[in-house]
Ligand binder design. Structure first.
Ligand SMILES: NC(=O)c1ccc[n+]([C@@H]2O[C@H](COP(=O)([O-])OP(=O)(O)OC[C@H]3O[C@@H](n4cnc5c(N)ncnc54)[C@H](O)[C@@H]3O)[C@@H](O)[C@H]2O)c1
Length: 380
């Protein structure tokens, strides 16, 4: 079997999630390549070495440009904050590397377009880690919709609620809090959380034509970790928007980091003419399904425990009835991506798919400023 050498950039939350996936995937899936954790790259050498020792990376780099220059790296995995995705991905494409890039693709659609052009020009396999698509219950939702079980779709409803930035004394910026610094993050909950909801929605329900949004920044100033000064907060703390899909369905999306009590409550519900489905990240191995065609006396919402061998990905794991979790969505993405690479087929979400999500985010943020309905830029 051919080997595939991974060079990963950034060793934070996603660095751990991806390393875990790269290590685990070959034990459960038949892969076309043998993954080798060749190098991890981060600016602090001591910490990078400790990370490499823990996760089994063969070497360490402290400058991502040096990592990209290495001939023994086949795949570059970008797990660094949003402000460096474009620069690294464009350089990686020019260096002929395949790329797995964390979401959101970029801070803006304009930045994302350059990334799409770079990977298409270089012809390198690429994907963006919108991992929720590959939670088996979410993949099952996609199958049910594609089979036509829901019929015509009327409504799409998504939420992503958290509560970790309510404290006004929380600073912004720096290593741990870059998500609150608009220069690094690009936006607040829109690019961070709603981007996930939008990616799933585009995948399940097709493209979005128009949006009408409102955003709020509840805490207007925070001390910046790097400058030590109190600075204006440029991110959206909360965002809610209405959307019209091209298939005629109506949607509502909401996200906030000010919903006391909620940590990562990503939920969606889809209502079609025959059936409805609902999913909840806090109960991620279940899919709720209601089918109006069921016999009247027993008709009702079913809670499908998505752990059977017939369910997406589950035959690769344990016996029916035993659940898997969040981390496995990353394992599935690696397995699917490598299969696509071996077959020469793109595996979604590609950079281009993720650019569509970026265009929706751009339209949402624009609408929040203009107070008007805004059209979503179309992928050419
Ligand atoms: N798919 C998901 O569900 C999901 C979840 C969390 C984060 N993310 C995305 O993953 C990315 C990273 O987020 P995170 O939560 O892991 O952040 P994090 O702060 O935990 O880790 C970021 C890492 O990048 C490193 N880094 C920053 N600048 C760098 C540079 N110039 N060169 C090399 N390394 C650099 C930091 O040292 C750190 O190790 C973001 O784009 C974020 O949006 C995705």
């Amino acid at each position: 079997m051919k080997t595939l050498n991974v060079g990963m950039i950034g060793y934070g939350f996603m660095g751990r999630a991806h390393s875990n996936a790269f290590r685990k995937v070959g034990h459960f899936f038949d892969l076309p390549y043998q993954i080798v954790l060749k190098a991890v790259c981060a600016r602090n050498e001591e910490k990078a070495r400790a990370f490499a020792a823990r996760w089994g990376y063969e070497s360490v780099e402290t400058d991502w440009k040096k990592l990209l220059a290495r001939e023994d790296i086949d795949l570059v995995d970008i797990c660094a904050p949003n402000d460096v995705h474009a620069e690294i991905a464009i350089a990686a494409a020019r260096a002929g590397k395949m790329i797995m890039c964390e979401k959101p693709l970029a801070r803006t659609g304009a930045e994302g377009e350059k990334m799409v052009r770079a990977v298409e020009k270089a012809g390198v396999p690429n994907t963006v880690w919108y991992n929720y698509r590959r939670i088996p219950a979410v993949t099952l939702a996609k199958q049910l919709i594609d089979e036509g079980r829901l019929g015509r779709i009327f409504h799409y409803r998504a939420k992503f609620l958290q509560d970790w930035t309510i404290n006004p004394d929380l600073p912004q910026g720096g290593t741990g809090l870059w998500r609150l610094d608009v220069k690094v993050a690009g936006s607040g909950v829109t690019g961070d959380l709603l981007a996930h909801c939008i990616d799933t929605a585009l995948w399940l329900n097709g493209s979005v034509d128009r949006v009408n949004a409102m955003t709020e920044t509840f805490v207007k100033e925070r001390k910046h970790v790097l400058s030590g000064k109190v600075e204006k907060v440029g991110i959206d703390d909360a965002c809610a928007f209405l959307a019209r899909f091209s298939n005629g369905s109506l949607a509502t999306f909401e996200s906030t980091r000010y919903a006391r009590g909620h940590k990562a409550l990503y939920t969606f519900e889809i209502n079609g003419e025959h059936a409805s489905i609902a999913w909840d990240l806090h109960d991620l191995h279940r899919l709720q399904y209601f089918d109006h065609r069921d016999q009247g006396t027993t008709r009702g919402w079913r809670s499908i425990h998505v752990t059977d061998g017939e369910h997406p990905y589950m035959a690769k794991w344990w016996v029916p009835g035993l659940a898997i979790g969040y981390e496995h969505s990353f394992v599935h993405q690696v397995a699917d991506f490598l299969q696509g690479v071996a077959e020469g087929k793109p595996v979604g979400p590609t950079f281009k798919d993720a650019l569509e999500t970026q265009y929706v985010c751009d339209a949402v943020l624009k609408s929040a400023q203009t107070g008007k309905w805004e059209k979503v830029k179309k992928i050419r």
